[in-house]
Design a protein around this ligand. Structure first.
Ligand code: FAD
Ligand code: NAP
Length: 305
């Protein structure tokens, strides 16, 4: 069997692409390695998705997922390891299984980056976390460190104040990258402190968990030790694109290059959402990309017929 399109990844981008393609009566497979929703599942309150004043990431994920069945989208569980381009058909390899399709929509998004300091890997899940929504409640009444200065660090830092005694955000510059509204909320929050112009040198602990962190001021070079019960790392994202690394459709960092119709330089292979080389990585932009790609695969298949 050959699918009209295989969408890889069921974040907001992939689910929207599958919806549009399914609604155009195409034969659509949606391959996902985990729960539908992607990064939305790690998000507390979403306030910038139109139509909802506030909605939790998991709730929005389910709202996007539920209509897919109605339009005949086939959900396939699988961890995609490779995508092959055989010209008029594409092959997706997932473990011992493979799936063929006329078109592919890559929607595997992005994943959190490691800060890369001693102690980070050693104490992963023993005080070091990349997901406040998943792990925040384990850190009640503790002092926590958040690393980063972007939307994620500030938003998730605010979220953590409902559990923690105090949240300290350490940022390598003296100015946040986060949206102004998030900055204002963080500055107004009594439970949030900042350490500016500073980077983490080492995360330290004992046999059980994280106990303290060495922090270096990049201007003075001074290193100081601070006691923290947990460290949340939000230093940006890397693309999830290893499965297409030999297709020649990414930039040097691994972000997929597309035109405004979400077409890569390979005929019949599209990419959407956070995996794309783009300026604004958001749910709304992933959804917009997905709508365009879902329609474009229909146009592509109709033209080829
Ligand atoms: P993703 O959401 O990354 O989904 C990709 C999917 O692909 C995942 O389900 C993954 O499991 C799957 N996948 C990956 N590799 C494979 C594989 N090999 N095989 C099978 N499946 C695979 N945006 C907002 O607009 N508002 C917010 O409030 C907001 N808060 C955020 C908070 C945090 C902490 C983070 C990290 C991000 C936040 N964002 C927010 C950004 C938003 O979540 C992303 O821009 C959006 O989820 C990107 O959607 P996507 O469909 O491109 O990919
Ligand atoms: P980001 O915007 O890339 O910010 C990463 C932050 O980490 C930056 O402040 C960066 O510092 C810092 N950093 C990078 N490498 C570092 C290192 N090695 N050591 C110390 N600090 C380091 O990433 P993000 O905050 O995860 O956001 C990712 C995407 O999701 C963005 O598009 C964002 O808008 C979106 N998002 C949106 C929302 C929302 O809309 N509410 C919430 C969360 C995320 P510099 O500033 O100096 O570069």
């Amino acid at each position: 069997m050959i699918y009209d399109t295989l969408v890889i990844g069921s974040g907001p981008g992939g689910m929207t692409a599958a919806l549009y393609a399914g609604r155009s009566n195409l034969n659509v497979g949606l391959i996902e390695q985990g729960a539908p929703g992607g990064q939305m599942n790690n998000t507390s309150d979403i306030e910038n998705y139109p139509g909802f004043e506030t909605i939790s990431g998991p709730d929005l994920s389910m709202k996007m997922y539920e209509p897919l069945e109605k339009f005949g989208v086939e959900n396939i569980y699988g961890i995609v390891e490779r995508v092959e381009d055989h010209g008029d058909f594409k092959r997706v390899i997932a473990g011992d299984d493979h799936y063929d399709a006329k078109t592919i929509i890559l929607a595997t998004g992005a994943k959190h980056r490691l800060v890369g300091v001693p102690g980070e890997q050693e104490y992963n899940s023993r005080g070091v976390s990349y997901c406040a929504v998943c792990d925040g409640a384990f850190f009640r009444n503790q002092d926590l460190l958040v690393i980063g200065g972007g939307d994620s660090a500030v938003e998730e830092g605010i979220y953590l104040t409902q559990f923690a005694d105090k949240v300290t955000i350490v940022h390598r510059r003296d100015e946040l990258r986060a949206q102004k509204i998030l900055q204002d909320r963080a500055f107004a929050n009594d439970k949030i402190d900042f350490i500016w112009d500073s980077v983490v040198e080492e995360i330290k602990g004992d046999d059980v968990k994280v106990r303290s962190v060495d922090i270096k001021n990049v201007k003075t070079g001074e290193v100081t030790n601070h006691e923290f019960g947990g460290v949340f790392v939000y230093v940006g994202l890397d693309p999830v694109s290893s499965m297409i690394s030999d297709l020649g459709i990414t930039d040097q960092a691994g972000w997929v290059i597309t035109d405004e119709k979400m077409r890569t330089n390979r005929s019949g292979i599209f990419a959407i959402g956070d995996i794309r080389q783009k300026d604004l990585r958001q749910i709304a932009t992933a959804v917009g990309d997905g709508a365009i790609a879902g329609q474009e695969v229909y146009n592509y298949i109709t033209e080829q017929a």
